[in-house]
Design a protein around this ligand. Structure first.
Ligand code: SF4
Ligand code: SF4
Length: 152
């Protein structure tokens, strides 16, 4: 599944002719993905891919995908953290990722969530994330749902 995701991301980026760093980050952020192994044709491809190692958070920001995301992705968090920073220092992408993984039956995700310094209960509903999200996620409401689900 991750391979399909990466290929989809690559094909999107091909259309945009932009850096593959964002595609790798996108694939790594999918639930359940631990490793990404892109195919390479030679040294030049490898050099291009290794840019990921030293890339800044801004260079890894793939939220631009939201500009041409299909309708069925609209409103769904893809953990890109483009809505950051949060004034309460919530890691919005990670909180959403643990929530989705837990819903999918991953018990470890719940443990990880419980160990976070800041959780959905710390959200003050300031609306900053809603105004920044290019995927039209109502994150303020989602934080309330996540708090209810985990109890914190
Ligand atoms: S709420 Fe939007 S911007 Fe924030 S992590 Fe989710 S998809 Fe990205
Ligand atoms: S609404 Fe909540 S999660 Fe979003 S930026 Fe404000 S405090 Fe952070």
């Amino acid at each position: 599944m991750w391979q399909a995701g990466l290929m989809a991301a690559y094909s999107i980026k091909k259309l945009r002719q932009e850096d593959r760093v964002q595609c790798i980050q996108y694939a790594l952020d999918r639930p359940g993905v631990l490793t990404v192994l892109p195919g390479i044709r030679g040294k030049e491809d490898l050099k291009e891919l290794l840019k990921y190692v030293d890339a800044t958070p801004e260079e890894k920001d793939y939220s631009i995908i939201g500009e041409f995301a299909p309708a069925d992705v609209t409103g769904k968090c893809v953990y890109c953290n483009h809505c950051m920073p949060c004034p309460m220092n919530l890691d919005i992408g990670l909180i959403n990722k643990y929530y989705d993984l837990s819903l999918a039956g991953d018990n470890l995700a719940k443990d990880h969530y419980m160990n976070l310094d800041k959780t959905a209960k710390d959200c003050i509903s300031c609306g900053h994330c809603n105004s920044r999200c290019q995927f039209s996620v109502d994150q303020m409401s989602r934080m309330k749902v996540i708090k209810e689900y985990f109890g914190k």
